[in-house]
Design a binder for this molecule. Sequence first.
Ligand code: C2E
Ligand code: CA
Ligand code: CA
Length: 559
Amino acid sequence: MDRELDTALGARHVLVRTESMPLPADVRQNFDAVLLLLGEPSRSGLHWITRTHAAAPSLPLVALLPEGFGHLGPAAVQCGAQDAMTVDRISACICAGLEKAMERSHRTARLELEVSHDELTGLPRRRLFLEQIASEIERSRRDSSYSFAVALLNLDRFKLINDSLGPSYGDQLLVALARRMSRCLRPDDVIARLGGGEFAILVRRLESDNHGPSLCQSLQRETTAPFIFGGHEVFTTASLGIVTNTVQCLDPEDYLRDAGIALHNAKAEGNGRYRVYDVKMHEAAKLRFRREMELRQSITQKDFRLYYQPIIDLPTGRLQGFEALLRWEHPHEGMIPPDQFIPVAEETGLIVPIERWVLRHGCDQLRQWRRLLPPEMGLHLHINLSGKHLGRPELAAELGSIVREMEIDPQWICLEITESSIVQNHDEAMELLARMRDLGCTLSVDDFGTGYSSLSCLQTYPLDTLKIDRSFVMSLGPDDGSRLLVRSILALAHGFGLDTVAEGIETEDQLRELREMGCARGQGYLISRPVDRVRATEIVEAAAKGTILIPASTKRKAA
Ligand code: C2E
Ligand code: CA
Ligand code: CA
């Protein structure tokens, strides 16, 4: 029988086995297929198919059933055989059957490869990567001294590169980057592509505490070196988050999640950084998530309040306007200041409905106050706008319909945008600011002098007011250096024809110095803290009767 088969099969390496013969260990390496001759295909016969399939799942397997047992064919296939046939048909069908079985098995293997590997870079995809993490978790369970790390790398501004150079350059960049990154890894480390510009790296056998961080640095070096495609020199940076198994995670997905949290922290600090995961990051991420859910609820429950901080005309001490400052009246935690929730709102896009509320609510308040004042008396309302709006030029139309509905002259509304968000979103800032200016609002650059200052920002954008950041006002005092700095900012603002507001005036000395330097307006705890609408309304009523908030400027006292 064996000889007959050998002839029929020609040169293919086919292992012919009967039930009693064990499977050699090298079957996967040395054979193309297995033929199982089942003597009496009872339950144990079929079990033999299952065992053989489990030992070599990728090998095509054909079950040969004795005459009269053809009805067991489907059961044999269910147990893992690619095909089953009765012995009487062997000679005629054996080659064709094997051919088919092998082809089917190869096709399955090819499909599996396609599903588990990224087409572009040839790197494993997420599922395969998770399987590799699972095997590392097992290994570290068996050997408590064994440690490994999982890193996530995200190419900064990948979308921008794709959009500006075209997706085919983006693809080339990813392939070249994958190649470069592989060079930093040892042969048994694993790199996978999770999608877009995001890669995952499994670092097996950590050699020291510094192994992970130094790998992150090498990967960043590889990313930063310029890529050259079709005459274009492309510069990139990457952000990374890394987690080691010294932090106990139970599940492969936990590692990706924690590396993702560390990556998020790295990105929050700016591009081209890496962060090593620690438990506090997870706590912060959970709080962020909770805050997001609570914010969503608070938008519908209207849990936001506006506080108003008076802005005075510095020479006369008269009320000149207010800055509207947002507060969140948390259902259980009381009043939460903006810097604890605005970043979450910006990240999740919730800032859009929140600031729509601020605009409407602020304008409504301004309308009520204007009724208390003589028509010739001006009162400005300064409203802070998040940089996230800079990509939404339609905000100008939204504000337009609010001011029409409330019958407010837009010149009394001053929109404050921080210098850093203007500089980071150059074109979008230009478009929105121009539309707001067309509407008739005034525009102020907030926190001037912090971040990356750009003098051209003062010249290029249609601005009316410059707000001198609190940090400069705070440092005013005996030190000549800071006085010179404030004096220079004021000179710059006047040179560009901009009005000036100093923030954070807390002491009489600061007030006096700012007055002497010719700063036009100011706000700060010395004049008034931000107050609720009831107290702000009292301030407006008093101003209508001519009351001043702080005595007018006096001559400098003798030293
Ligand atoms: P900002 O626009 O620079 O607002 C001034 C901040 O300085 C306010 O903090 C105000 O309470 C505080 N401040 C005023 N005078 C003094 C002073 O004399 N000393 C000290 N130490 N602080 C003073 P607040 O209300 O916590 O607001 C913080 C930031 O939150 C604001 O900084 C602004 O960037 C943002 N923010 C507030 N409301 C909104 C809003 O409706 N939309 C957006 N996008 N951001 C807002
Ligand atoms: Ca402001
Ligand atoms: Ca400010």
